[in-house]
Design a protein around this ligand. Structure first.
Ligand code: CO
Ligand code: CO
Length: 320
């Protein structure tokens, strides 16, 4: 999206802009002084679930996630909404309330925003946070031998697509909604404590697309173990019916050239790894020397995590 404006802003003219012009990352980082930088990001999307409150909460958690994916602490946000003129006021109020209560849970104040009329609803936040300019997470910097851990399960895209087609079980939707509403705050705090330097959050580009961002920007490869990957309960059954959002096919088209699948993996299993996620977990590259400390902290705080693979020197993503 930034390609048309490349060349208008020269990185050398903006020395305080630590992240934002050269390599893509989850959010922009602007250094204020030796100890403080601001992190800024925005995201919004069309409804992923039927309940307007849940939709607002998921959209807010998703918007704040890019601050957490940089290792930052969000504190301020603005609403962005596009809403159909005929939308009942109660529905609008529920979307905004879901977003506001999620922001409040995160310690973030929503201090304004902007709404326009549009046929298809869209909602999200502009979010601002602080981070130490010497201690933030990038997509680059992963080293061969680092362990890869994921902090939420996968399968939200296939499950919410099944919902849209009237094919999803209620309990499967509830499980997806509950995970999508979880803030990535605690996972980011633990990663900060142990000195993680490489992280991103799993969203629209799917596990493999975001994994490829880490691999390419770090100039390494990744090995992922399919059997170690967590999926929400209904995901494999919906995938077996080939129920995927359109983005899953786009992701396969864009990223498959960077991926070597073990031939034992079926097309359905491969597609599950191209499934776009909404408000997915953090993908962290952890120095193996820090792994025990990470596990201890995660277990103490009841932070879910799955060890899903490791960083290799190979320049491709191998899935076995
Ligand atoms: Co992101
Ligand atoms: Co392994």
């Amino acid at each position: 999206m930034l390609r048309p404006i490349q060349g208008i802003f020269q990185a050398s003219e903006y020395p305080n802009l630590l992240v934002g012009l050269d390599e893509p990352d989850d959010a922009a980082v602007w250094q204020i002084d030796e100890e403080k930088a601001i992190v800024i990001t925005t995201d919004f999307f069309t409804p992923v679930v039927d309940d307007p409150y849940d939709y607002g909460a998921i959209a807010a958690a998703n918007s704040l996630s890019d601050i957490y994916a940089m290792g930052g602490k969000p504190f301020l946000a603005l609403n962005i909404a596009a809403l159909p003129p005929n939308l009942p006021t109660e529905v609008l109020a529920e979307i905004l309330r879901g977003g506001a209560e999620k922001a409040r849970e995160a310690g973030v104040v929503i201090a304004g925003g902007h709404t326009i009329q549009d046929q298809e609803p869209k909602y999200g936040l502009v979010a601002v946070g602080f981070v130490n300019p010497k201690r933030f997470f990038r997509k680059g910097g992963a080293k061969p031998g680092d362990l890869l851990t994921l902090t939420k399960p996968l399968g939200f895209g296939t499950t919410t697509t099944a919902l849209k087609r009237g094919l999803a079980k209620e309990e499967d939707v509830s499980e997806a909604v509950a995970w999508m509403k979880v803030l990535n705050r605690q996972a980011a705090e633990i990663a900060q404590q142990i000195g993680v330097t490489t992280a991103t959050d799993i969203t629209g580009y799917s596990l493999l697309g975001h994994a490829w961002e880490i691999a390419s920007l770090s100039d390494v490869g990744l090995r992922l173990h399919f059997d170690a990957l967590p999926f929400i309960r209904g995901a494999k059954a919906y995938a077996a019916q080939f129920i995927f959002p359109g983005g899953a096919f786009d992701n396969r088209l864009y990223f498959q050239e960077h991926v070597r699948f073990d031939p034992k993996l079926s097309e359905v299993e491969q597609m599950l790894l191209f499934d776009p996620q909404t408000s997915g977990g953090l993908l962290l590259a952890v120095d193996p020397a820090q792994w025990q400390i990470f596990e201890q902290a995660a277990q103490n705080l009841r932070q879910p995590y799955w060890l899903i693979g490791e960083v290799t020197p190979h320049g491709v993503i191998e899935v076995d």
